[in-house]
Ligand binder design. Sequence first.
Ligand code: NAD
Length: 538
Amino acid sequence: MAARRFSGVISRSLSLRSLSSSFVSQGNRSSLGREVKGFSTTAALEEPITPPVRVNYTQLLIDGKFVDSASGKTFPTLDPRTGEVLANVAEGDAEDVNRAVAAARKAFDEGPWPKMTAYERSRVLLRFADLLDKHTADLAALETWNNGKPYEQALKIELPTVSRLFRYYAGWADKIHGLTVPADGPYHVQTLHEPIGVAGQIVPWNFPLLMFAWKVGPALATGNTIVLKSAEQTPLTALYAAQLLHEAGLPPGVLNIVSGYGPTAGAALASHMDVDKIAFTGSTETGKIIQELAAKSNLKPVTLELGGKSPFIVCEDANIDRAVELAHFALFFNQGQCCAAGSRTFVHESVYDEFVEKAKARAQRRKVGDPFQKGIEQGPQIDSEQFEKILRYIKSGIESDATLECGGDRFGSKGYYIQPTVFSNVKDDMLIAQDEIFGPVQTILKFKEVDEVIQRANATRYGLASGVFTKNLDTANTLTRGLRAGTIWVNCFDVFDAAIPFGGYKMSGIGREKGIYSLHNYLQVKAVVTALENPAWL
Ligand SMILES: NC(=O)c1ccc[n+]([C@@H]2O[C@H](COP(=O)([O-])OP(=O)(O)OC[C@H]3O[C@@H](n4cnc5c(N)ncnc54)[C@H](O)[C@@H]3O)[C@@H](O)[C@H]2O)c1
């Protein structure tokens, strides 16, 4: 097979917002070739571009060293563009989790990490952020190769978000204060905010590095040690980033990375008696298992960031072109593989027909192709399982009499690409309006009244996020208070700055990540009560 050479991308920095709006102006025709059924041809997918990076780290990272798994086993990690093996990676299981937890325990109990000053820890994180910036191109390429997301997205949105997050938490490290408490009696009472100990962290495949950052940043800033299990689909960038953290001065044993499968390595971590806290991002089903394993072992506290079926509500006063673009971005970003995806597009009846026409046209213009190709908006889905699942949901939408406006099939004949798909006339009780599809499938529903849309938007087991698109301040206020979700984006979507807390109501999760809130996930509060003799005052 002839491999195409990577030609690089423009280096001007783009915010998430400008990147999404930059998609608006893109033309109808892909640089990849002719168009078929409104979508660009797939001929070039047969010749994947050679990624501009090498895979250097495939072993487990335990106690500051790259090592093979105890069993000697490896597992293949795939290129979603082709389904072919990209690298073989050491497969950790319970024995490796034991080794990693022992290293993290020792690093916590004996130091030096929790015994360093907060300022020293902060400096390690700042040095790491600088190294991330230096290695951005390699990390972004590796992320794209292993995950299938557009390289421009990884490079210009995700990597800067990751280094920003580490700088944000570096800033917090020496600003974590306890209290002096005025208790009733001759006592000096203070609270100490102490690290919780060994944190177990399990992350998914849709944003491998970003999820690494959300978990590792606050845990390290607060002085904890970590065992992180990456997703079996995307083990590569966590190993690379962890190596950079050691280069930045992280002592051995503080961050251990175990690649491997959920029911083996993941379950061993969640049920480990020497792990003091577990943080998980992934499906609601697995979240329930994690909570059960934590409860049945040592009752370790659990934070969960789970699935969603987030409404994106377009009101009657909306500027339709902008609403179409934002709703498109809210759903299709990252191949639709976002827990917060705006996956129920509610549109007011007065603008519904125009919106559907334009949403369809926009989806047909979406540039699908090799994620290393310049200008590509959508790469392949992560793997055959997700690919098949999405196609089953599309079939279910057609069978339940939703109107298929465009798409509806795979894109090309190789790898896991799916056509951007739009359904209109979707009803609340259809499966495609209820389940998390996790793919490039937009479902458009019609509404009439604000109270009605609040009730319908909330009629889900999830409560992760919501989008509200209106110029009317009163309508925005009514919606933001009425919607039961952890984040409400008003006239914007997917704004994920490090300072903004993120998490779910209902079955979308427990607890919040990012911002000041995430620090509490990794701290214990100790009350110290000291009797006072002859105090000058109380
Ligand atoms: N909320 C999110 O950010 C998010 C991310 C990825 C997937 N999902 C949802 O989850 C669905 C399935 O995707 P998935 O199978 O990769 O998610 P998943 O929940 O199975 O996997 C997420 C992580 O949990 C681990 N895991 C799986 N089973 C485990 C177990 N028994 N014990 C401990 N750890 C375990 C996995 O190895 C992975 O690291 C998707 O279709 C999507 O709906 C949500």
